[in-house]
Design a protein around this ligand. Structure first.
Ligand SMILES: [Mg+2]
Ligand SMILES: [Zn+2]
Length: 96
């Protein structure tokens, strides 16, 4: 599944609820899932972590949908190199 397919899937499953909830409520859900990911990393099994990574990504895609952001387009700035230094291998912390 690529980013566009992820956003389309989430849109099909949840868009009606998501539009009602709005960006602020969706952001709170995303943060709750980030907290669950933190707990899974601290104490969970690989299966727990996998589940929480999926939840965080799904809620990030939801928030992008609510805000009208195309994640594939947004990520182009990374596909062309590090946004800080332009390198395909980041050298931001190296002295000139
Ligand atoms: Mg979760
Ligand atoms: Zn860099």
């Amino acid at each position: 599944m690529d980013l566009s397919q992820l956003q389309q899937l989430i849109d099909t499953m949840y868009s009606e609820k998501d539009r009602k909830r709005g960006a602020s409520g969706t952001f709170l859900w995303l943060m709750e899932e980030v907290g669950e990911l933190a707990a899974a990393i601290a104490n969970g099994t690989q299966e727990d972590k996998e589940g929480e990574f999926a939840d965080v990504l799904a809620w990030l895609a939801t928030l992008a949908n609510v805000e009208g952001i195309d994640l594939d387009k947004a990520m182009r700035k990374y596909s062309e190199g590090c946004p800080g230094c332009g390198g395909m291998v980041c050298r931001c912390n190296e002295k000139p």
